[in-house]
Design a protein around this ligand. Structure first.
Ligand code: 57M
Length: 359
């Protein structure tokens, strides 16, 4: 909004020319989102306590989690509020990619909100059924992907990390592919969100990584120099990533061990969907396996554990899935698991960034 309001004033007051720069707006989008989250946090957490929006803890989980019973949840609403305000303030609102990403993020957030709300209303860990949740997520992802498909100039080609000349044009099939990426990312972040700060830390890392990719793929000359697929208008996603990283940092302030608030499904489902959408728009979909590598590892641990459990009628690969529970049950203190998983996420993001040159 500030871009549309203030940049035109640059003809008379040169200082307003600064609003033209994506880098400037990205930094301030991050700071704005961070400050909203940080300043509203204490009031918001108190409101959640007043409204009795508190986490129910499953009995069958690690015993160390029972002390977390009653922690306020649905903190994701604060993340989404600060993210949306910041994107609306600092983004170029004529850019359709911003609106499509906001649409997918907020609608998936609504699905998560419903899930959290049902859990609270039923006073147990039973929200939407897995089938209904997946159905709603898929519907939103399909709608969003269709909007992208019809977006002027949007390419249906996929590119591969490390291979500069290999592209595959999926045509209409891209809608299904993009939906798969969005739904998978949404669920992977949700599965990871089981320890204090465990999901939001790597989410910040992934946002900053894609901030770089959005900027370079959205810049005709840099994209050509690095031999990346150029995405006209895609640079604006860097502002979205800045806001995402900022709101994540603001939330982490309160979600850091020992957490004063959990994000709930309203946060985890929507943030994952946002990440998937960003990867799709930047044309770096496959790279998400590295940028969000920790989420992939956590999701794979569940797939293997459940698959093996069913095949062998009750035997397990890990002490418990998702993987963070395995290490907790091995006796690692919670902060050690969290920080070590963050380290892995950062290392994988660095490998992802290196693909800018190694191709
Ligand atoms: C939801 N939710 C957390 C919080 C958070 C198929 C199966 C593997 C699915 C999986 C599952 O349901 N995962 C998704 C994970 C829950 O956190 C809430 O949920 C939101 C995210 N959706 O924001 O509102 C608990 O996680 C802890 N937590 C923190 N700090 C945080 O910042 O400590 C969350 C955020 C919170 C809190 O304790 O209550 C969750 O874990 O439930 N299921 C599982 O993860 C279960 N695994 C399992 O059953 N594994 C089996 C296999 C065969 C399927 C096995 O390995 O034997 C475990 N979940 C729990 N206990 N809680 C089982 C043990």
């Amino acid at each position: 909004m500030l871009y549309l309001l203030l940049y035109p004033l640059g003809t008379n007051f040169t200082i307003f020319n600064v609003f033209r720069y994506i880098t400037f707006r990205t930094i301030y989008a991050g700071l704005t989102a961070f400050l909203i989250c940080f300043l509203l946090g204490p009031w918001f957490i108190q409101k959640l306590k007043d409204l009795q929006v508190r986490q129910y803890i499953r009995q069958e989980g690690p015993q160390s989690h029972q002390k977390k019973a009653g922690t306020p949840t649905m903190g994701g609403t604060l993340i989404l509020t600060s993210l949306t305000i910041s994107v609306l303030l600092w983004g170029n609102l004529k850019n359709g990619y911003l609106w499509i990403t906001l649409f997918i993020t907020l609608t998936t957030g609504l699905v998560g909100f419903l899930d959290d709300y049902l859990m609270l209303a039923r006073k147990q860990n039973k929200g939407l059924s897995a089938r209904n949740k997946l159905g709603c997520q898929t519907l939103v992802a399909l709608l969003g992907s269709l909007l992208l498909y019809f977006y002027p100039g949007f390419s249906t080609e996929i590119t591969f990390p490390f291979f500069k000349h290999t592209t595959v044009d999926l045509g209409l099939g891209y809608v299904l592919f993009a939906s798969l990426v969005i739904v998978a990312a949404s669920n992977a972040v949700n599965l990871t969100d089981g320890l204090d700060g465990l999901a939001i830390g790597p989410m910040i890392v992934a946002s900053v990584t894609y901030m770089v990719f959005a900027y370079v793929t959205g810049h005709a000359r840099i994209a050509a120099y690095l031999q990346l697929a150029y995405v006209p208008g895609g640079g604006e996603m860097s502002v979205f990533c800045g806001a995402l990283a900022g709101s994540g940092l603001g939330f982490l302030w309160f979600n850091a061990y020992p957490a004063q608030v959990f994000m709930g499904d309203v946060g985890s489902l929507s943030l994952g969907a946002a990440l998937g959408t960003i990867a799709v728009i930047c044309k770096q979909e496959i790279l998400l396996v590295l940028v969000g590598g920790l989420f992939v590892i956590e999701a794979l641990s569940v797939i293997f554990q459940v698959g093996y459990f069913k095949m062998t009628h009750g035997r397990r690969i890990f002490r418990m899935a998702p993987l963070h529970h395995h290490f907790e049950l091995k006796g690692w203190p919670e902060p050690k698991v969290i920080v070590r998983f963050w380290i892995i996420a950062i290392a994988l993001a660095l490998v992802a960034i290196s693909t800018l040159k190694i191709r």
